[in-house]
Design a protein around this ligand. Structure first.
Ligand code: C2E
Ligand code: MG
Ligand code: MG
Length: 565
């Protein structure tokens, strides 16, 4: 947003010689109703006389001024009103700063504005005080980057909307959070990120009516305040946000496909502005959790879930220190020979009161709080320690899950190297499992870390394959040795179209010498089908549930010996 120029606010003024009489001056003011001010040229400077000032002074306090001043020069009145002369092009905030340097009570008096900085050829006149106070009020309520209303103004409007609403004009709040915005900032830099935010703001602007309020709360969070008679209408408005953003946006000379998670909150009887914002925020969080680029509507149950999350989040830092974390191992077998091929290490958290907490929940929390770095290191150390306890399984490969957030931590590959060295293991037996979606993005930091890990000699697996992102292209670019087919993909194999897809995928993987592991095998028919199609490796409850480290070697002994080579 370009700041207002002083000249844009200026009104008509003119210069007059100091010898002009008060009577002449009065005639001029009366003849030119739009003349707001005169600049009186005196020796050594300029005085300023506004229309109001002139008339009140010339009339005098008791109305006798005209008789007294009639023949006097105008300088008799203007003396003591020194003009501050500022150039036409000056931005209003700077004009304000110049006014602050004036002394005394005239500090905020009006100013003379000239087209050139050093002369009074053509002058106009600016009402500084009024404009400045409006500017300041405006600034406190608007986001400087996009010019949209900020949180303060949102609360004001929300307050009004909640107070007065008729049922058919129920206030409804949309909370919008841009998906993966951090990636743009990290990979292309903040100026491109800012450009994208401005583009998003204007896209949102064109998707709603003038009477709907679009605001920015900060970062990549936007809100829309509108009225909607019911949930159906509110949802439709939220869908409009996704639709508006679905066409690519341009920033930093690149096109971006932008997704957003949108939370919807409708007014209920006792809603206060901050409650409504919180409700919409919770609904947004739920939309993000359930897969991004979607709409979530607030339900009271979300509040309960949020409180639980908060409790878990607070309990997380102590979990490792107090020995509540452990690692379970799920066998991966050769589907043809039934021999054990490897294990996947899975983090486990047993909360003292709540019992087992799903990794799907606590990994996400740990990613948000940064605790994931500790958890990742703990799982890796524990896994290497467990390996030492399985001397008979010297050829066993171990998969350890790594979150995208960990990959983005500077020096991640070096830390893995250190942990391996501390444990006295080489990198050959370790396979880091990274979720498919992490590969789908152009995340330069993460991709760099993956290359460093490969150089170290660690194997890479693409995890959760088939869950929606198409990252096949990455298979060629990165040295990925293992593809793990997600359970959801395996569950769909009853459909012939998905079987065809799998057959093609297996052919491609064979060609590229990539091992394919089918995850989540629960039914004997699934195992048989996978085996017959040539999928070599698998894991799942049918074969074995994840187990404690102490049980792994015993379990392997019940299996045929692997044929290596
Ligand atoms: P994942 O890496 O895809 O792990 C496989 C998940 O499927 C595990 O869930 C496993 O217990 C489950 N599973 C295996 N076989 C079956 C089956 O036959 N049926 C069903 N329904 N599920 C099966 P878990 O242990 O709950 O872990 C969930 C996810 O949490 C993991 O998915 C992984 O993405 C993440 N995770 C677990 N441990 C870690 C960790 O140490 N670090 C990181 N970053 N993520 C982890
Ligand atoms: Mg995994
Ligand atoms: Mg998986």
């Amino acid at each position: 947003m370009r700041p207002t120029r002083l000249g844009q606010l200026a009104v008509k003024a003119r210069t007059v010689p100091a010898t002009t009489t008060v009577r002449e001056m009065e005639r001029t003011f009366l003849a030119e109703p739009d003349l707001a001010c005169v600049i009186v040229e005196r020796e050594g400077g300029h005085d300023m006389l506004t229309r109001e000032c002139f008339f009140s002074e010339s009339a005098g306090r008791l109305g006798f001024g005209r008789a007294r001043h009639g023949r006097n020069p105008v300088s008799a009145i203007s003396d003591g009103h020194p003009a501050l002369v500022l150039p036409y092009e000056l931005a209003l905030p700077e004009a304000g700063r110049a006014a602050m340097r004036r002394d005394g009570s005239s500090r905020y008096d009006d100013v003379v504005v000239t087209p050139v900085a050093d002369g009074l050829g053509k002058v106009s006149f600016g009402r500084l005080l009024g404009e400045l106070s409006e500017l300041h009020a405006d600034r406190a309520k608007h986001d400087p980057l996009t010019g949209l209303p900020n949180r303060a103004l949102l609360f004001e409007r929300l307050e009004t909307a909640l107070r007065g609403a008729r049922p058919e004009r129920r206030p409804c709040l949309l909370f919008i959070d841009i998906d993966d915005f951090k990636q743009v900032n990290d990979s292309l830099g903040h100026p491109a990120g800012d450009e994208l935010l401005i583009a998003i703001a204007s896209r949102l602007g064109s998707a709603f009516r003038d009477c709907d309020m679009i605001g920015r709360l900060g970062g990549d969070e936007f809100v829309v305040l509108l009225s909607a008679p019911d949930e159906f209408a509110a949802r439709a408005a939220a869908d409009r946000v996704l639709l508006a953003l679905s066409d690519p946006l341009t920033a930093g000379h690149r096109d971006f496909a932008v997704g957003a998670s949108v939370g919807v909150a409708l007014r209920t009887d006792e809603t206060r502005p901050e409650q409504m914002l919180r409700a919409a925020d919770l609904a947004m969080y739920e939309a993000k959790r359930s897969g991004k680029n979607r709409v979530g509507v607030y339900r009271p149950a979300l509040h309960v879930a949020a409180v639980e999350r908060l409790e878990l989040r607070n309990a997380l830092p102590k979990a490792i220190a107090e020995g509540q974390m452990s690692v379970a191992f799920q066998p991966i077998v050769n589907l043809e020979t039934q021999a054990m091929h490897g294990v996947e290490a899975l983090a486990r958290w047993t909360h003292p009161e709540r019992g087992p907490v799903s990794p799907l929940d606590f990994i996400r929390l740990a990613e948000e709080t940064g605790e994931i770095a500790e958890i990742g290191a703990f799982v890796l150390r524990t896994t290497l320690g467990a390996l030492r306890g399985w001397p008979e399984l010297s050829g066993l490969r171990v998969g350890v899950n790594v979150s995208l957030v960990e990959l983005e931590i500077p020096g991640y590959a070096r830390r893995v190297e250190e942990i391996l060295a501390d444990a006295g293991f080489g990198p050959e037996r370790l396979i880091l499992e990274i979720t498919e979606s992490a590969f789908a993005r152009d995340d330069i930091v993460a991709l760099h870390a993956l290359h460093e890990l490969t150089e170290l000699g660690v194997g890479l697996a693409m995890d959760d394959f088939g869950t929606g992102f198409s990252s096949l292209a990455r298979l060629g670019e990165l040295p990925i040795g293992v593809l793990k087919l997600d359970k959801r993909f395996i569950d769909k194999l009853a459909r012939s179209s998905d079987r065809r897809l799998l057959r093609g995928l297996l052919g491609l993987a064979r060609e590229m010498e990539i091992d394919v592991v089918a995850e989540g095998i629960e039914e004997p028919e699934q195992l048989e089908m996978l085996r017959s199609m040539g999928c070599r490796l698998g894991q799942g409850y049918l074969i074995s549930r994840p187990m404690a480290a102490e049980s792994v070697q015993g379990w392997a002994a019940t299996r045929p010996a692997p044929q290596r080579g």
